[in-house]
Ligand binder design. Sequence first.
Ligand SMILES: Nc1nc2c(c(=O)[nH]1)N[C@H]1C(S)=C(S)[C@@H](COP(=O)(O)OP(=O)(O)OC[C@H]3O[C@@H](n4cnc5c(N)ncnc54)[C@H](O)[C@@H]3O)O[C@H]1N2
Ligand code: MOO
Length: 406
Amino acid sequence: MLTRRTPISVTEAQKRVQSIPLKTATEIIPLEEANHRVLAKDVRAKYEYPHFRRAGMDGYAIRDTDDNDFPKEFSVLGEIQAGATWDQPLTPGTAVRIMTGAYVPNDAAKVIRIEKTRPVDGNPSRVQIMTSENKSNITEAGTDVKKGAVILSHDQEINPGGLAVLRAFGVKEVEVYQRPRIAIIATGTELLNSDAPIAPGKIYNSNGIMLKNLVEETGGRVDFETQLPDDASTIRKVLNEQIASHEIVITDGGVSVGDFDYIGDRARQADRLLFNKIKQRPGSVTTAFVQDGTLVMALSGNPGACFTGFYLYMEPLIRRYQHQSSRIRKVRATLAAPYNKTNGFDRYLRCRYAIKDGRCLVYPNGINRSGSLANLQTTTCLALIPHSTTPMQVGTETDAWLLPFK
Ligand SMILES: Nc1nc2c(c(=O)[nH]1)N[C@H]1C(S)=C(S)[C@@H](COP(=O)(O)OP(=O)(O)OC[C@H]3O[C@@H](n4cnc5c(N)ncnc54)[C@H](O)[C@@H]3O)O[C@H]1N2
Ligand code: MOO
């Protein structure tokens, strides 16, 4: 059905997507699976760190009262390996051989590095200490972290360094925000299964694998992915089933005004239509609606528009589910190579960027049609070509969005 659609600006469309309420829930997961998950609660230190006085150098531990009149000989009481403890007193004139990371005897005040000592006639129970040290070479208990301090705070995305901090305090499980469950439905009778031979008029579902990986890199969880022929009742049935079981459903294709474009019709009957035309190229057909609390984002089937639509609308939303801001960085940039096309809508041009002398330079990346896909691997940013009747001059400043993962 051909229905007149009212185009809105990209900013307004983004605002509408960003203003939908989200149901975020938390879950407890093993630390081993927590990289890049976002903490839902502060984690506090169960003990101080380090939790014992720790030697920072290999050498000899000595008492404060012996730390004078060098060179002089000491009697060596024994050896403390990392992992061992020591409970004998250090009497005057005695030292203990100690290794980096080892437990320092309570009455030792300093560790003299091995380089500052000499063996005594091959006698391992004696050592000559030649000179003192400016520093103690001992890390006092609690130097790094006090007991009860917040070691990682809520809304922080755990990274490998954070995993190390948590493991150091014996944390085995963490409470994190659930990742939004996302279904991806590609539509089009032209779509072949990946194991079918290529055939005239047919194509592979190249957007499906791209969207799945974009979603997962952003922190979403794709637990349903399919491709459907342009059959109104099948599309309606599968869409309704997935709406019932997902926070977000992404559809791809079938959203313009062709005889077999059913998604737009479905959008117009939804609980809440957010938009069904945007003043942008590529992807003016991008449509979004909310049904039973689930956001359905209908991206264009054209690969360039699908890619751009994901970054403009989905990436910030999936990040918001994780209480995180978008990883796309908006900068001022300079058009560094010609782009001569003009347009009635703002164009989000697929570009590569380079930083030179502190300036961000953007280079149009190959063929920029909505239907072209050869530049998807090498596109590192989107640059704004504002709608105009005259081409944008090389050297003009514009907005650009640096993409993550590239
Ligand atoms: N009469 C009009 N025709 C069109 C309009 C319009 O306003 N009036 N808009 C055009 C614009 S702009 C775009 S963008 C496309 C959008 O079309 P759809 O999003 O409905 O997508 P399809 O028609 O299904 O496919 C477009 C194109 O993309 C290919 N495709 C589809 N799915 C995939 C996939 N999963 N992987 C790779 N490629 C895919 C499909 O074969 C088509 O070539 O509509 C214009 N038409
Ligand atoms: O909406 Mo289409 O603007 O070319 O991708």
